[in-house]
Write a protein that binds this ligand. Structure first.
Ligand code: T1G
Length: 687
């Protein structure tokens, strides 16, 4: 057969094994021999039943995403599934690991699906800006019902083998020895397991559909799309499965897929898929990782507690250190309360909660950190305090332990210099809430050892984080660019825009919320404290803080929040304050449109990213996209600021930045050389 597909027939059962590491993607070099194997077995009397299985760690994880955008090589996946449905002998998919996308669609072409207990099954195409293009939107509803199928396809979230069995997606779940059990199942089916009805011919589950409920569900899901086309197309395709004959619905699915796969949004989301994986790769090859068994966290406040939970969630024992028994007790109580909330919401079992709480050990004595392999401080954001902590760590931590600071902008080189082991020191900048937010900026200091960096980068994935290695500068990548994005915010208000207009320009762009609503959510006092520490002012925000208007937590900030609601309401008092400050500065208000707001906020964002590439603070432009898509809500359908610069047109960005630079003289608008180079070559690269 081929290196990627093999056949073995034993006791009348043919086993077709796919072996295409690392995830058995349905690349062309798999599809062709697979099609040939199934054609041969369809006509081979020695084969009474056919099992499709995979070697390696997982069943087929989908179509080969690297093939999208290139000429399609026959046979396509759809032809293989159509062939499967002509086979008049039992066909069984034996699923382990993850059956995703085209992998699950291939399994839906079989008469039966069996899975190992730990397997997961899903159609995550929507996360790539696509919809299932191998018949999944038409077959899955016929097996599990339209409502369940709609939820799975629009969310893209896989389900467990147990849930799949309960939903009718798999016919049997085995605790061990999947292949032997699958062969046994196939023999039973061949011996007389009842009629072999392809899913395309099963309509009973569809007939049960409550169309009104379905349409309400689809409408609710559409609200979460936030400008993304794929979720809407997914819902339309499943609706077609209900309303149209099978082949018409299949053709409609194909048309929707062709449109999405060629669109900018899917290109952007596929860019982010590979960018996240690229960001996690440390350039130094064959590095021995350090052994990490126990984690030490210094500080049990909001950040320290969240970081501790992130590691406990990943199964790591955690020693949590505080300065006093009272602070420690409060920190541990907060962690327990957070887990209790997850249990009450049904996202965590009581057993899992107890198991995770069992991983915590509290202490107020630094000596108790001596057996920790990675120690992360999350103490007050003050250099003197950080240096004192690292000085004490240097004295108690075992040789080779990695010492990490959670600082969000302080100089990690300076912190490392306060120890005798700078090679073991790096930054791990988590984003609050640290047990939820996926982004982790790993700060590579000048003397950080490559193996320490690689160890922490691998560890990040084990606790479900998206890691990006960044260099040392004020604010690293994310916060530094956030400052550039916000530099014009008050100028826009003084010149005539309202907070609501600015925020609407952002949400219309696809952001979850705009800068002023975000400030009210985070608390305006945080920025106020940082500005005072750095001797900076913000004429309007400082006045709001002086009036005690810190945002949602005080019921008033840029907006009013009535009766404890989180819904922002425009506040005439704030608009009067803005006008008064403008009048003091002789600024006459003028109409400011959304295009100008985007030019004066997001173009400087891109420009700062170009400077970060120039200074080698980020190794790749795509790393910057990963930071912004995972840590700051940049719309995934636009691929991150640097990918979006290509969509927007870099030459236009350069020209408009130049205009605003001439208008205002402000440095954030001066086009960076790397940006100019990108406009000329289409490539982001340091000069
Ligand atoms: N195609 C090509 N490469 C893939 C791939 C895929 N589908 N999935 C993973 N890789 C690469 C990945 O880039 C990385 O490469 C390596 O495999 C390990 O991946 C017609 C249209 C399966 C849960 O969306 O979710 O089917 O960096 O680091 O953490 O309807 O990979 O080593 O060079 O992520 O163990 C739908 C995508 C496709 C699933 C494993 N399927 N993959 O996670 O490993 S579209 C998906 C994943 C489709 C049909 C439609 C995960 C994983 P490198 P990894 P992991």
């Amino acid at each position: 057969m081929s290196n990627f597909v093999s056949i073995a027939i034993e006791n009348g059962v043919a086993v077709v094994t796919i072996d295409n590491p690392p995830v058995n993607a349905l690349s062309f070099h798999v599809r062709k021999p697979l099609y040939e194997a199934l054609t041969a077995l369809r006509d081979d009397p020695a084969a009474k039943a056919i099992v499709i299985a995979c070697a390696g760690r997982t069943f087929i994880a989908g179509a080969d995403i690297t093939e999208f955008g290139k000429p399609v090589e026959q046979p396509e996946l759809r032809a293989i599934i159509a062939l499967l449905e002509t086979i008049a002998k039992p066909t069984i998919a034996a699923i382990h690991g993850t059956a995703l996308g085209g992998g699950l669609e291939l399994a839906l072409g079989c008469h039966f699906r069996v899975a190992e207990r730990g397997a997961k099954l899903g159609l995550p195409e929507v996360k790539l800006g696509l919809l299932p293009g191998g018949g999944g939107t038409v077959r899955l509803p016929r097996l599990v019902g339209a409502a369940k199928a709609l939820g799975m396809i629009v969310s893209g979230t896989p389900i467990s083998a147990g849930e799949a069995k309960a939903a009718g997606l798999v016919d049997a779940v085995f605790d061990s020895d999947l292949l032997a059990e699958a062969i046994r199942f196939a023999s039973e089916m061949a011996a007389g397991g009842g009629p072999l009805i392809p899913i395309r011919d099963r309509n009973d589950r569809l007939a049960e559909t409550d169309i009104g409920a379905f349409d309400r569900q689809a409408t609710d899901l559409a609200r979460t799309a936030r400008g993304l086309e794929a979720p809407l197309s997914c819902a339309e395709a499943v609706r077609n499965a209900i309303a149209l004959p099978f082949d018409e619905a299949l053709a409609a699915e194909r048309a929707l897929f062709i449109k999405l796969v060629a669109g900018d949004q899917s290109r952007a989301q596929r860019h982010l898929f590979f960018a996240e994986r690229e960001a996690a790769k440390v350039p130094v090859k064959d590095l021995q990782r350090r052994r990490i068994a126990r984690i030490g966290i210094i500080g049990a406040g909001t950040m320290g507690g969240g970081i501790a939970m992130a590691f406990a969630n990943g199964g790591f024992p955690v020693t949590l250190l505080e300065t006093s028994e009272e602070a420690l007790r409060h920190g541990l109580a907060t962690i327990e309360k957070n887990y209790a909330v997850s249990v009450s919401r049904g996202s965590l079992t009581e057993e899992a909660k107890q198991q995770r709480l069992g991983l915590f050990k509290g202490s107020t004595d630094y000596a108790d950190l001596a057996d920790c392999d990675l120690i992360i401080e999350a103490v007050f954001e003050d250099m003197a305090v950080k240096k004192e902590v690292f000085g004490r760590l240097d004295a108690v931590a075992r040789p080779g332990a990695i010492l990490a600071t959670n600082t969000s902008y302080l100089d990690v080189n300076e912190i490392a210099a306060s120890t005798s082991r700078p090679q073991d020191v790096l930054g791990m900048h988590f984003f609050s809430p640290a047990n939820v937010m996926k982004l982790l900026e790993i700060v590579r200091a000048d003397k950080t050892a490559p193996d320490a960096l690689a160890t922490v980068t691998d560890l990040a994935r084990r606790i479900g984080k998206v890691a990006v290695v960044v260099g040392v500068c004020h604010g690293f990548v994310g916060n530094r660019m956030l400052s550039a994005r916000g530099a014009e915010n008050e100028a826009l208000l003084l010149e005539g825009a309202t907070p609501s207009q600015v925020d609407k320009a952002f949400t219309d762009f696809g952001w979850p919320m705009g800068p002023f609503q975000m400030g009210d959510l985070a608390g305006l006092d945080i920025g106020w404290r940082n500005r005072k520490a750095r001797g900076q002012t913000a004429v309007i925000a400082d006045t709001l803080c002086e009036q005690g208007r810190f945002g949602q937590k005080t019921g008033r900030g840029w907006y009013r929040y009535e009766g404890g609601s989180r819904e922002p309401v425009a506040d005439p008092e704030v608009e009067a304050l803005i006008r008064a400050k403008a009048t003091e500065r002789g600024i006459a208000p003028r109409a400011i449109d959304a295009e100008e707001i985007i030019e004066r906020t997001l173009y400087p964002l891109v420009n700062e990213g170009a400077k970060i590439i120039e200074e080698r603070i980020a190794a790749r432009a795509s790393d910057i996209d990963v930071v912004w898509a995972n840590g700051y809500g940049f719309p995934v359908g636009k691929g991150g600021p640097m990918f979006w610069a290509g969509l927007e047109g870099a030459a236009r960005i350069v020209e408009r930045l130049g205009y605003w630079h001439r208008q205002t003289g402000r440095a954030t608008f001066e086009p960076a050389p790397v940006l100019r180079r990108f406009a000329e070559t289409g490539r982001w690269e340091a000069l």
